[in-house]
Ligand binder design. Structure first.
Ligand code: ADP
Length: 487
């Protein structure tokens, strides 16, 4: 039995290699974080499955790369159409597999999956361009050539969204792909593979290998047949992948963690600030760019905290399939225990837990209460480490210099949020912040034309628009002399 029924559709639990399904001798068990129910036995990829997938991707590369952006774009747009036609199915599968809100998958995430494919396909046709320029009469012509096989290693917090953010530009650039999705959330990748087949994407252009990071992931990132490695995940894993990539000098793109500041200035609209603060619990806190350190000016700290408290009190925790639910479960027992460990240690240190502080006893399972730690001891674990759960810290500040130092005072630099009523003041702060993305009086406004990525330990490189193609393609300059022509 290699298929399971999930959300009313059949999903193949084997790898997808060269347009066909490929089993592995071993499997691993996949369960739903909603209630621990069994979902299926998934192929546990090893070096053999990775070798087969990379060989298929390499064999498919010459034809796919020669097809050109227009013909590739037609197929990729067909794929985007199919994703759009299957939004409900994909949303239901993803919610069962990773426990994130069905409501969000339906309204935002799965439509965005289609957009990830469509945007980069169209961008390669219409926007990927650099004006030629002259050097002493010689013309510089810049092009983006396909580079080979892109190895994509993706996380579980937004599985198909983050995967297609890589798949879209890689395929549009003319690369072929081997995707290794996170072991806890393999299902949408399998269903998506079927959609690529239906869209007419040639066999071998898109391949999926399931399994553990330390097995399938390690084999893929160490493979000499791979031309690019794009990874979204944790800093420790990024270091391991960087070592593997170093042996082959394979270029890497890393989107890693964060401990982003959410700054509430004295002149801020406090209702807006509270609204933005409560959004930091989205996806049960499993969002790399969350502003998990709320830095609020001392003079407004009490009134802000009251407004924030009443918004948090209104959050409904429960089954992510219920449209009224705001916070679902954590993705997996291992991750739940990790979060609980952070909070238990903070409690043992005597840190001030304002609300939450542990599992939701009523719901049991993997449901962790939204938690706030007030004025954590400077340098303590809870305020420096990425927790990746519904756990926020709140600290106060007095001067701009203070808040800039606090905001920049971690090893991360993924994002920052500034809430202020004064444009000039807000600009003075944002000018000093070290972060890949800064939101002013808003949160999570994203545009695929914009660069996205992390500074410091939050990543290497930027995704979005031309930045994505700069990574997946081989950027080439052909310098043509005015001399030597027989014309
Ligand atoms: P987490 O610890 O939260 O699961 P990771 O960064 O370890 O985060 O996981 C993100 C992705 O990286 C997953 O697809 C995982 O399987 C993969 N991964 C984990 N370890 C390795 C490794 N040694 N080599 C390649 N990929 C890995």
């Amino acid at each position: 039995m290699h298929t399971i029924e999930v959300a009313g559709v059949l999903i193949d639990t084997r790898h997808y290699v060269n347009g066909e399904r490929l089993a592995s001798p071993a499997t691993y068990t996949n369960t739903s974080p909603i209630d621990g129910s069994f979902l299926g036995e998934i192929a546990r990829g090893d070096a053999d499955s990775v070798n087969a997938a990379v060989a298929a991707a390499r064999a498919a590369f010459p034809a796919w790369s020669k097809l050109g952006p227009k013909k590739r774009g037609e197929l990729l747009n067909k794929l985007a159409d199919l994703v759009e036609a299957n939004v409900e199915t994909l949303a239901n599968i993803e919610t069962l597999d990773n426990g994130a809100l069905l409501r969000s998958h339906l309204r935002g995430v799965m439509p965005r999956v289609a957009m990830n494919i469509r945007f980069f396909a169209d961008y390669a046709i219409n926007d990927l361009h650099h004006d030629a320029f002259e050097t002493r009469g010689h013309t510089n012509n810049i092009t983006w050539d396909p580079s080979g096989v892109a190895a994509l290693i993706t996380p579980w917090n937004a599985p198909l969204m983050l995967a297609t953010w890589k798949i879209g530009p890689a395929l549009a650039a003319g690369d072929t792909v081997v995707l290794k999705p996170a072991e806890w959330t393999p299902l949408t990748a399998s269903y998506f593979a079927d959609l690529t087949k239906q869209a007419g994407i040639p066999d071998g252009v898109f391949n999926v290998v399931f399994g553990y990071g330390t097995e399938a992931g390690a084999a893929l990132t160490a493979h000499t047949g791979v031309s690019r490695i794009s990874f979204t995940g944790s800093v420790p894993t990024a270091k391991i992948i960087a070592h593997a990539a170093a042996d082959n000098l394979t270029p890497v793109s890393f989107e890693l963690g964060g401990k982003s500041p959410c700054i509430v200035m004295a002149d801020a609209d406090l209702d807006l600030a509270a609204e933005i603060a409560v959004e930091q619990y989205d996806n049960a806190g499993q969002v790399c760019l969350s502003g998990t350190r709320i830095l609020v000016h001392e003079s407004v700290a009490d009134s802000f905290a009251e407004k924030f408290r009443s918004k948090v009190a209104a959050l409904k925790q429960g089954d992510p399939r219920d449209p009224d639910t705001d916070i679902g479960p954590q993705v997996h027992q291992v991750h739940f225990d990790r979060i609980k460990g952070f909070v238990d240690r903070a409690v043992a240190e005597g840190q001030d837990i304002v609300w939450g502080g542990g599992p939701n006893a009523e719901l049991g399972g993997l449901y962790f209460q939204p938690t706030l730690v007030k004025n954590p001891a400077p340098g303590s674990e809870i305020v420096s480490a990425e927790i990746f759960g519904p756990v926020l810290c709140m600290q106060t500040f007095l001067t701009d210099d203070d808040v800039i130092a606090m905001a920049n005072g971690t090893e991360f630099g993924l994002a920052a949020v500034v809430v202020s009523g004064d444009r000039d003041h807000a600009k003075r702060i944002t000018d000093e912040l070290v972060a890949g993305t800064i939101w002013v009086n808003c949160f999570f406004v994203r545009d695929l034309r914009a660069p996205f990525g992390g500074s410091k330990k939050s990543g290497i490189g930027r995704d979005g628009g031309t930045w994505s193609f700069d990574f997946y393609a081989d950027v080439k300059n052909t310098v043509v002399s005015p001399n030597g022509w027989k014309e």
